[in-house]
Every structure is written in C-alpha cells, then in structure tokens.
Design a protein around this ligand. Structure first.
Ligand code: ADE
Length: 227
C-alpha cells in the first residue's frame, strides 16, 4: 500500500512510521508512506499556504491553490482509491473502516491545520473524510498517524502471526479477552488455571466467554451492534 500525506508540519510525521511494526512494514515493501510539505508546492511568495477566512472570524484557512497543485501532481503519478481529509467533523474512524482501507492500494491523506482547508477542496477533490474522535486536535497529522497505523498493521503479511489481527478488540464487535505471560504466579496473583491446562478447545471457550463478559461490562453498545 502506498500512502501520500499532505501536511504543513511534516516534522510531526517523522517518528510514527519509523519504529516497530510500521518500520518493518515499510522495510518489507508492504507499506510506503510519503510525506509532502505543502509549502514546497505553493505558487505564493514566502511559501504562503494559508490566509484569513472570508466573512471574518479567528483562524487561518489553508488556501485552495497550493492544495490543488499538489493533489493534481500526485494524481498524475498514480490513481488514488481514496483522497481522505482528516477533520473532526467527518465520520468517526473505527475498525470496520480500517479493515476496508487496508485492502486498498493507494491512499492520499490531507491534514488540515489552523481552521482547516478551503471548502472547495473538500467539494472537488476529497472522496472521504475521517475524524478520530469528538475532540479537536491542532492539525490532522496525529490523526493521520493513528489512521495509517491502524490500517498498516492490517495489510496482509505485516503482522508476523497472521491471526493476531483477527483476535484484536473490535474485530468481532467484541473486546479482546485478558492476556497473561510468565510467571504463572506473580506475588501470589495467579494466572487463570485453564490457560495452563494445554486444552486448546477449553482455552478458546474461556477466551470467548471473557470477551463477552468484558464487552457486556465495558461496551454494551457493541453487543447491540450500535458501533
Ligand atoms: N483534525 C483536528 N481534529 C481532528 C480529529 N478529531 N480527527 C481528525 N482530524 C482532526
């Protein structure tokens, strides 16, 4: 999967893809994340990319021209399955959306900053909008990193154990069961006996019951299929 991210603060995206699973996914050629600095593509003097909003009001808006220039340049190089705009007023991101996006080939992600981007870009270029929750970040960069991480780990072959994404929370509308590792007795706090039994069928049954219990206690909305 190729992901092109458009931002005015590229430094915010230096680290998230340089470690752990995202780093390995890129080293293995399964994920290619390219970050583009909008300021490198503006026709305006002094690398201007934003301006005051028409009608008055506090906060700057990213101008349409630099965004259109960069989006069209990228679109000449490849066809994008989605042009995504990160915005708190978009539909909320969830595992179902992550699953769908992980099967696509080329994604473009536009990060807003300040008050956001000129609405004409949303109307004429953006095919999908994503919010990562009902709160406002100072820009879309951290939200884009969240989305690319969630998608990237689902790309087939990225996780060592292919089944490990299947047992994540939310994959069946259920939260994951509790997990334990050595030692089996830590300060007298014991691991549930069944996990040491070696009986895989019983272990799976126990995990399913624990998932149901956790979901009912913490996220009953998931059991009602309301997510
Ligand atoms: N940009 C600012 N806040 C955001 C949010 N909650 N989700 C996505 N993009 C954003």
């Amino acid at each position: 999967m190729r992901v092109d991210i458009i931002t005015v603060v590229p430094g915010l995206l230096d680290s998230p893809f340089s470690h752990s699973i995202m780093k390995r996914a890129q080293a293995n050629g399964l994920l290619d994340v390219q970050v583009h600095n909008l300021r490198d593509h503006t026709p305006y003097k002094q690398a201007q990319v934003d301006d005051y909003q028409f009608g008055g009001g506090a906060g700057m808006v990213l101008m349409p021209e630099p965004l259109a220039i960069l989006i069209e340049k990228l679109q000449e190089e490849r066809k994008y399955d989605e042009v995504i705009y990160m915005t708190p007023d978009g539909p909320t991101f969830n595992q179902k959306t992550a699953n769908r996006l992980s099967l696509l080939g080329n994604l473009m992600i536009i990060c807003g900053h300040y008050k956001g981007i000129d609405d004409r870009i949303r109307q004429h270029f953006v095919t999908m909008e994503i919010s990562i929750g009902d709160y406002v970040l100072s820009g879309g960069e951290l939200a884009a990193a969240v989305v690319v991480d969630a998608i990237g780990r689902l790309i087939p072959g990225v996780l060592n154990d292919e089944t490990s994404a299947l047992s994540d929370s939310f994959q069946d509308n259920l939260l994951a069961p509790p997990v334990y590792t050595r030692p089996a007795d830590f300060r007298g706090w014991k691991v549930p006996e069944i996990l040491l039994s070696g009986d895989h069928r019983k272990v799976e049954e126990w995990r399913h019951e624990e998932s149901m219990k956790r979901t009912a206690e913490r996220r009953p909305d998931l059991l009602e299929g309301n997510n």
